[in-house]
Design a protein around this ligand. Sequence first.
Ligand code: FES
Length: 103
Amino acid sequence: MSDFQRACALSDLPDEGALGVQVAGVPVAVVRAGGEVFALHDVCSHEEVPLSEGEIYDHTVECWLHGSCFDLRTGKPTGPPASKPVATYPVKIDGDDVLIALT
Ligand code: FES
């Protein structure tokens, strides 16, 4: 069983936007896109910059540094220069709480 922990308030998440948070010391990008909420490791797999500061569109987040996009559902890059995926985390919504499981 995965342990879900509170990441942020749902009401703090912008539409088609992201919030960078720490959950148990792990950087997590919580993203709202297309009416759904996703959670990814908040470090680009190319260089160490936060994905939560990138642009969100078409169920992807675009890294602001070199422009790789990552699919919010799988964490896989959809274009270079990144070639490795970033971790994604299961999300649950409980009232105004966004909960994520790190494992
Ligand atoms: S640091 Fe993200 S694409 Fe280069």
